[in-house]
Design a protein around this ligand. Structure first.
Ligand SMILES: NC(=O)CC[C@H](N)C(=O)O
Length: 227
């Protein structure tokens, strides 16, 4: 099992993701520069948080055109796992791999905080270690985390169990308090909160570790995608 973390100019949470996977969970993980034309070796691709290309135009708007994203699209089409965290979520919506868009926070300010999230669906390879309705504390740090989506699409996403995480108290104006959504096939997840910043006791918060452990269970064959 191998994780790959795509690094864009301006990524800054790549090292945190690497640390959790390698040092905390003992898994095989590699950094992948954004011009890669090959992702065959990897089972799960992570698009980390940060400020890719300086957030020019809109967050994620430039990164979506990188060579790596062509490969991420092929990887997702094969049914393999893709996890986008914060800026990674923004890149996934810009690339059309996830529905909706992320726009400026309602208060127009960058918000750095720890917020309570509710797990809405644990029937996925990203959330199987959590219970439905479980409330977890996960850090957020974003200026454009306000998730918008049209009503019809939201209705379909809800019916199909694609809303995986909601905020207990909406920090940014997101539609339906959405903090994280997946695609219809449930192999691509985007979330604004940072589970990698809640991955070890030393940080005072381990609520995010179960997300990575769920993925590992799935890759080890212990849990099925959309079982
Ligand atoms: N932590 C992040 O990934 C931040 C994402 C993006 N730069 C924003 O401000 O919304």
């Amino acid at each position: 099992m191998k994780f790959g973390i795509i690094v864009f100019p301006g990524s800054n949470c790549d090292i945190d993701c690497y640390h959790v996977l390698k040092d905390v969970l003992g898994k095989d993980v590699e950094y992948i520069w954004h011009d890669t034309e090959e992702l065959e070796d990897f089972d799960c691709i992570i698009l980390p948080g940060g400020f890719s290309y300086g957030d020019y135009l809109r967050c994620g708007a430039v990164a979506q055109f990188s060579k790596a994203m062509e490969q991420v699209r092929l990887h997702a089409e094969k049914g393999k796992l893709v996890l986008g965290i914060c800026n990674g979520f923004q890149i996934l919506t810009e690339a059309g791999l996830l529905s909706g868009a992320l726009v400026r926070n309602k208060n127009l300010k960058f918000i750095c905080d720890t917020v309570a999230l509710k797990v809405e669906n644990n029937n996925t390879s990203f959330t199987s270690r959590y219970n439905v309705g479980e409330v977890i504390d996960i850090p957020i740090a974003h200026g454009e985390g306000n998730y918008v989506v049209d009503e019809d699409t939201l209705k379909k996403m809800k019916e199909n169990g694609q809303v995986l995480f909601t905020y207990e108290e909406n920090p940014n104006g997101s539609t339906f308090n959405i903090a994280g959504v997946c695609n219809a096939r449930k192999n691509v997840l985007g979330m604004m909160p940072h589970p990698e910043r809640a991955g070890e006791a030393l940080l005072g918060n381990t609520d995010g570790i179960k997300l990575f452990q769920s993925i590992i269970d799935y890759l080890e064959g212990g849990a099925k995608n959309d079982k």
